[in-house]
Design a protein around this ligand. Sequence first.
Ligand SMILES: *[C@@H]1O[C@H](CO)[C@@H](O)[C@H](O)[C@H]1NC(C)=O
Ligand SMILES: *[C@@H]1O[C@H](CO)[C@@H](O)[C@H](O)[C@H]1NC(C)=O
Ligand SMILES: *[C@@H]1O[C@H](CO)[C@@H](O)[C@H](O)[C@H]1NC(C)=O
Ligand SMILES: *[C@@H]1O[C@H](CO)[C@@H](O)[C@H](O)[C@H]1NC(C)=O
Ligand SMILES: *[C@@H]1O[C@H](CO)[C@@H](O)[C@H](O)[C@H]1NC(C)=O
Ligand SMILES: *[C@@H]1O[C@H](CO)[C@@H](O)[C@H](O)[C@H]1NC(C)=O
Length: 364
Amino acid sequence: MRSHKLFLLLVSIFFPFTFAAYQLVQDYSGDAFWQGFDFFTDTDPTDGLVQFKSLEEANSTGLAGFIEGGNSSFAIYMGVDTEEVAPQGRASIRVSSTQSFQHALVIADIVHMPGGVCGTWPAFWMLGTDWPSNGEIDIVEGVNDQATNSMTLHTGEGAVVSNGTDFLGELVTSNCDVNAPEQPMNAGCSIGDISNLTFGNEFNAAGGGVFATEWTSDFIKIWFFARGSFPDDIVSSTPAPSESWGTPNSIFQGPFNIDDHFKNLQIVFDTTFCGQWAGAVWNTSTCATLAPTCEDYVANNPRDFAEAYWAINILQVFQDDAEQESANTTTPTEPSTGGPPRTRPGPPRRLRSRSGSRVLPIFL
Ligand SMILES: *[C@@H]1O[C@H](CO)[C@@H](O)[C@H](O)[C@H]1NC(C)=O
Ligand SMILES: *[C@@H]1O[C@H](CO)[C@@H](O)[C@H](O)[C@H]1NC(C)=O
Ligand SMILES: *[C@@H]1O[C@H](CO)[C@@H](O)[C@H](O)[C@H]1NC(C)=O
Ligand SMILES: *[C@@H]1O[C@H](CO)[C@@H](O)[C@H](O)[C@H]1NC(C)=O
Ligand SMILES: *[C@@H]1O[C@H](CO)[C@@H](O)[C@H](O)[C@H]1NC(C)=O
Ligand SMILES: *[C@@H]1O[C@H](CO)[C@@H](O)[C@H](O)[C@H]1NC(C)=O
């Protein structure tokens, strides 16, 4: 009996340390999103026909704010201009988290995305400094009338991922090196999803879903869960990917060291137009029937971009106990939001919309 009790005591002491448990380290849901993200206003590095606006300008013109996200919650809204003919570039938004992360479990409940609209190139991604040597993880990305999500890594030389049957998507290119000679320039290693629910019109029609990205020293995995089929541990903000999440949509893993290629990544959301991808493949998409070039179309048809917006219910970053010990999570300006985890974003503090707009303003 005595040794049995001793055994239980030892188990209860060591159990919490033998299994990694994810803890919420940053909750960007609701108002916290605008406190934790910076607006990028430089020229688009991917040559898009776009003008990225500042927080103040985006807020005052209704490009950024909150919209009703269903179930009386409010979603973070990031849209594009739908009024002006814009040969110098359509107004849009690109934001980066001020905080960067070293290893993370990033959970995003997205209600609506800009995908599936001819001329657009939206992305939800993670980016290191000194591209591509510190890496890039593209969690959600696509162009024009693309129907399924592309999940892609971009790195320097030496990262080639293995093909496998243990993920739902299909490996399109395996070399993450942006200069891989056997692949198109900057293709990276890319896994294409097979479900239309993961991107664009069908994603939006189904009310979106959760993208969950787990980045450890051993792998980068991405899961997608359609609305109505979220694992309970995601709903309760106590995520345990290895327990009940099932087969991921992508697994990036191979005979290379993940930590050599991915360091201190910031979270980014943006919507650009045309440029190095959407513009380059315009003629090979069904969009080509709309205008001779992507730029013509984007400049001259503002009202066609009404669906080109992000609506984000929840954005949370978790790290496991062990990672937090040796964390290299940097917080240049913003403290952690702290407080108990929230499963639903709170409403914005003041609800009066601008006259004639369904987008509610931002109060910091
Ligand atoms: C956003 O716009 C509202 C007016 O609609 C203004 O009161 C508020 O201060 C603005 N917020 C920011 C961060 O500029
Ligand atoms: C609204 O709530 C229902 C029931 O809890 C849930 O199934 C549905 O996914 C929710 N919708 C959104 C947009 O959160
Ligand atoms: C997915 O979208 C593509 C292109 O729009 C379409 O051809 C295909 O039928 C769709 N698949 C399903 C299962 O709806
Ligand atoms: C990976 O394997 C699948 C299934 O065998 C195949 O369709 C796909 O082309 C392969 N990808 C690469 C990059 O070899
Ligand atoms: C697409 O086709 C148009 C003519 O229809 C041409 O002017 C344009 O240069 C082509 N674009 C590309 C990227 O090939
Ligand atoms: C942490 O990040 C800083 C800044 O990027 C870097 O100089 C340092 O080497 C990193 N430390 C570890 C332990 O990775």
